[in-house]
Design a protein around this ligand. Structure first.
Ligand SMILES: [Fe+2]
Length: 207
């Protein structure tokens, strides 16, 4: 019997035997569900950021932090930065707050520990600038369907009034196509890749 000499030959042999790689594929997806509302919006567009559902895993009283890499978990490093602006988009949301929360790299939310992992509030300066360091959130099952990688976001003004609840998604995520919650305007462009590292700049939130 011929032995496979290359990875491709090995995989072809496996397929011939009816064995396929265990890959998270949205086999249920018969038609695209992604909401089409244009490209990611920046300050120069000055169109309010689309809202998205809060989801079931929001927890109040997250600590002030902008670094979610402090626990030393394995994962794809993600840097997200931008401005939170208001009005005609020339003005930062001075002294406002932006809050992020998401699943850990394994797709689990920390809903119970005192550490409140992968949750944090960032105070905004006068320009509304923020910067978040984190790890790529894992996909998790929602019913029978995996949600794409995503980060939940809230924006608050200086008086604590909630101005925005939304989610940010990652360009190139194959699970976006079938996700009924995601909007194209919330899909972040970035440098890098979903397998190595991600730097997303000019991720502006317009409220
Ligand atoms: Fe979520």
């Amino acid at each position: 019997m011929n032995q496979p000499k290359t990875r491709r030959q090995f995989l072809q042999g496996m397929t011939a035997l009816g064995v396929t790689a265990c890959v998270k594929k949205p086999a249920f997806c018969t038609e695209p569900a992604l909401i089409q509302d244009g490209e990611f919006r920046t300050v120069s567009d000055c169109i309010p950021t689309a809202t998205n559902i809060e989801g079931p895993f929001y927890v109040t009283d997250a600590p002030l932090r902008n670094d979610f890499q402090i626990w030393g978990d394995d994962g794809v490093a993600v840097s997200i930065s931008g401005r939170v602006v208001t009005g005609d988009c020339s003005v930062g949301l001075s002294n406002g707050m932006v809050e992020f929360w998401h699943a850990d790299p394994n797709g689990d939310y920390d809903n119970t520990s005192s550490e409140m992992k992968y949750r944090g509030v960032i105070m905004l300066d006068e320009s509304g600038t923020y910067q978040l360091n984190t790890l790529l959130p894992g996909r998790y099952l929602n019913g029978t369907q995996y949600r794409p990688h995503h980060i939940h976001v809230k924006v608050w003004d200086v008086e604590g009034v909630e101005l925005l609840t939304t989610q940010l998604y990652f360009e190139g995520d194959e699970y976006l196509t079938c996700d009924p919650f995601a909007n194209t305007s919330l899909v972040m462009p970035f440098e890098g890749s979903l397998d190595t590292s991600i730097v997303a700049s000019n991720i502006d939130l317009i409220v």
